[in-house]
Design a protein around this ligand. Structure first.
Ligand code: UD1
Length: 364
């Protein structure tokens, strides 16, 4: 079987790394695979650094799609991916997550008779104003093999009419990556990290990430959050690696962060983990960090009104606080008065999901 593994944006890279490892160690010759990078993310700190950091090989095909409106970006990926598929005719593509690259490549493949496997299928926020929700629904509707991370995802897919035999509950490849990289971190000299000197100064801190358009593209909502984090930082320092989208919006709205917030450039996976694993808690609007904090038992406050990853709330350490500055401040005060949520690690989040996926694919 000839397989294309697809990645395009930052959160994809953590998910393909363990699949690459599992494919490499699957040496019976049944699967012949190649890597496609759509170029949805292209800055060194958003892309190349992750390839090096996570031991992902150079892509076999690079589509150089870049940024643009949703339609522009999706269309560029589709046109360029179709050219490669028509020439190379893989039997199957494997897409991960819910970004525009996931959607674009799935549609292209399916329409020319190539099978699609979706890793991280079935997650639903039930909020169709989120571009990722549209990407998830469409990708799942046309996928042939759907690999899920939690049981609620199986329920969602069955309700949407996906045949049961196409759904495989395998756990989470992102947790595979997290556990693998956490182990490796122990053998790294932390002085290699450019932010090491700051970490020695900060013993008790909050780790923050923020990039969703619903919060950062809107002046009123971003000002409200900035006011709240500035206030929190007067009591507890905040470490904030800033996504390029957020950086752009902070500048264009003229918003200033307090000097108690340590503003960093986007960090590679290991350096980011180096910080958040020791944070007193994490504040984020990222899907991935909600799950990774649950996997390591670190409290997480999610700056969104919903989550497509409910197990992080029902079983893990995640709390949905919404997008209002006052709600964030209240969650912070609550936490500081010892109201700390405990959780446990969900079923099959054990570091072996990619192995399960490759095993299933090698028998199709
Ligand atoms: C995308 C994903 C989102 C994911 C996020 C992680 C979709 C719909 N969204 O959102 O699910 O959580 O990635 O980062 O696919 N930019 C750069 N350099 C880059 C990439 C982007 O400067 O390498 C800037 C550009 O100005 C661009 C903006 O960031 O317009 C947004 O990038 P884009 O890929 O469109 O979406 P993200 O917000 O990153």
């Amino acid at each position: 079987m000839r397989l294309f593994l697809i990645a395009g944006a930052r959160p994809n890279f953590m998910k393909i790394a363990p699949i690459v490892r599992a494919l490499r160690s699957h040496t019976d010759g049944i699967i012949d695979w190649e890597l496609v990078h759509t170029g949805q993310h292209y800055d060194h700190k958003m892309s190349a650094t992750f390839f090096q950091d996570l031991d992902i090989p150079e892509p076999d095909y690079f589509l150089d799609a870049g940024s643009g409106s949703h339609a522009q970006q999706t269309a560029k990926i589709m046109i360029r991916f179709e050219e490669i598929c028509v020439k190379q005719r893989p039997d199957l593509i494997v897409v991960v997550g819910d970004v525009n690259s996931t959607l674009a490549c799935s549609i292209v493949a399916k329409k020319i008779g190539i099978k699609v496997a979706h890793v991280e299928a079935g997650l639903r926020s039930f909020d169709r104003t989120m571009p990722e929700e549209i990407n998830r629904i469409v990708t799942d509707a046309i996928s042939d093999y759907l690999f899920t991370t939690e049981k609620t995802a199986n329920d969602n897919l069955i309700k949407e009419g996906v045949p049961k035999e196409n759904i495989h509950f395998v756990g989470h490849v992102m947790v595979d990556n997290l556990l693998y990289q956490k182990d490796r971190l122990q053998n790294i000299d932390p002085a290699e990290f450019s932010t090491y000197r700051y970490k020695q100064e900060y013993t008790r801190y909050i780790f923050l990430t923020l990039h969703r358009p619903a919060v950062v593209d809107n002046k009123e909502s971003l000002s409200d959050i900035v006011e709240s984090i500035n206030r929190i930082s007067q009591e507890t320092p905040i470490i904030f690696p800033v996504h390029p989208r957020t950086k752009k919006m902070l500048n264009s709205f003229g918003l200033k962060l307090s000097n108690k917030i340590l503003e960093l450039p986007p960090l590679n996976f290991k350096e980011s983990l180096f910080w958040w694993k020791d944070a007193i808690f994490v504040m984020t609007d990222s899907g991935g960090l909600q799950e990774e904090t649950t996997a390591l038992g670190i409290p997480c406050f999610t700056l969104r009104d919903n989550t497509e990853r409910p197990i992080t709330v029902t079983e893990g350490t995640n709390t949905i606080v919404g997008t209002k500055g006052i709600a964030l401040w209240n969650a912070y005060r609550d936490f500081m008065t010892e109201n700390i949520k405990k959780g446990h690690v969900p079923e099959l989040w054990d570091g072996r999901s990619a192995e399960r996926i490759v095993n299933i694919l090698s028998h199709i």
